[in-house]
Design a binder for this molecule. Structure first.
Ligand code: KIV
Length: 259
């Protein structure tokens, strides 16, 4: 297929599911591209999965720029989308535009992802009008964890469902090329998917989204501790890596390596 574009992602709606994973460095990005993943999200879950923070809130622009540039250096065919970190979207429109432009100009991202719904649609409209492709993100917004008081499911009441549909439609009108739907009740996620013309990319939101995204360390069995209940682990790399490191340590101590 060659390099995936935001146009390709849009056109997958109704044709085939969009397959997305997170990656935070060139090793994982290269593997994701070779595996035919459509979209690599340089997620701010980087803070939790690689930096040891409890939440994504401490993640900064320099951290995300560095990770995005590393992913881009793998030259993946997958579309590379960089997450815009905590509270940036609440700054002045000029600052938001400058910051998002840095992700494309300095780090080489193909697009950015921003958390928020109807309330941030005007900011997103400015970005898309300036040539910055944006992936929306609604439902659970992990950057607002301190306000939410924890992680939970969204879209369970009629009021929440109507708001989420309004959020998705406002983002579509602002020009996003897709919308991540995180931890949304499956029937509401299905209704959102039917109410917009851009692909919805679900995480913990059921099978009726137009695509799926998972955190790579979760699906590969690399995440220490518990993973969310909706995650399917396709490998147990923690055990594989630990066994390899123990075997190496044993051989060095026994002087059987180097042979
Ligand atoms: O930061 C991230 O990895 C994300 C995904 C969980 C969608 O936003």
């Amino acid at each position: 297929m060659g390099k995936v574009s935001t146009r390709d992602i849009r056109q997958m709606k109704g044709q085939r599911p969009v397959v997305c994973v997170t990656a935070y460095d060139c090793v994982m990005a290269g593997l994701a591209s070779e595996a035919g993943i459509d979209l690599i999200l340089v997620g701010d879950t980087l803070g939790v999965m690689q930096q040891g923070f409890e939440t994504t809130v401490p993640v900064t622009v320099p951290m995300m720029l560095m990770a995005t540039a590393s992913v881009v250096r793998a030259r993946p065919d997958s579309l590379v989308v960089a997450d815009i970190p905590f509270a940036i979207v609440r700054r002045s429109p000029d600052f938001v535009l400058e910051t998002c432009a840095r992700f494309m100009q300095e780090a080489g991202a193909d697009a950015v992802k921003i958390e928020g719904g109807e309330d941030i649609a005007p900011v997103i409209a400015t970005l898309t009008a300036s040539g910055i492709p944006v992936l929306g993100h609604i439902g659970l917004l992990p950057q607002q964890v301190y306000q939410l008081g924890g992680y939970r499911k969204f879209g369970k009441t009629e009021e929440q469902r109507d708001q989420l549909i309004r959020d998705a439609q406002a983002l579509e009108a602002a020009g996003v090329f897709g919308i991540v739907c995180e931890m949304i009740a499956a029937d509401t996620a299905a209704a959102i998917s039917q109410s917009v013309g851009v692909p919805t990319i679900g995480i913990g939101s059921g099978v009726d989204c137009d695509g799926q995204v998972l955190v790579s360390t979760d699906l590969l069995g690399l995440t220490p501790g518990r993973v969310p209940s909706f995650v399917k682990q396709y490998a147990n790399l923690r055990a594989t890596v630990k066994d390899a490191l123990s075997a190496y340590a044993g051989e060095v101590r026994e002087r059987t390596f180097p042979s």
